[in-house]
Write a new protein. Structure first.
Length: 94
């Protein structure tokens, strides 16, 4: 337990900040999962559209330093390469 008023306030702020950050991190994971699900369906156009929606979410959470900017960039890169793989295989089958 906190010994001073300042320490008690900081502890309350830390709890509040942690819950907000966890919610933001969950939002990031959900955005990435939406794109992965769209990729799994095999529809490149749909996956591209969902990625464009999720891209803003990923960038804004990285800008708030909830996750490192390189992690956000790595996630986006992997999603884009997966989408490009869909278009490449769709073109080869046609």
């Amino acid at each position: 337990m906190a010994n001073t008023k300042q320490a008690a306030k900081r502890a309350k702020q830390a709890v509040k900040r942690r819950s907000h950050n966890m919610a933001q991190r969950t939002e990031l994971r959900t955005a990435i999962k939406k794109v992965k699900v769209a990729i799994a369906t095999g529809d490149a156009a749909k996956a591209e559209a969902v990625f464009k929606e999720s891209q803003g979410t990923i960038d804004s959470i990285a800008a708030k330093k909830i996750v490192h900017k390189n992690k956000a960039a790595r996630s986006k890169s992997r999603l884009v390469s997966a989408i490009k793989g869909l278009t490449k295989t769709a073109g080869a089958q046609a």
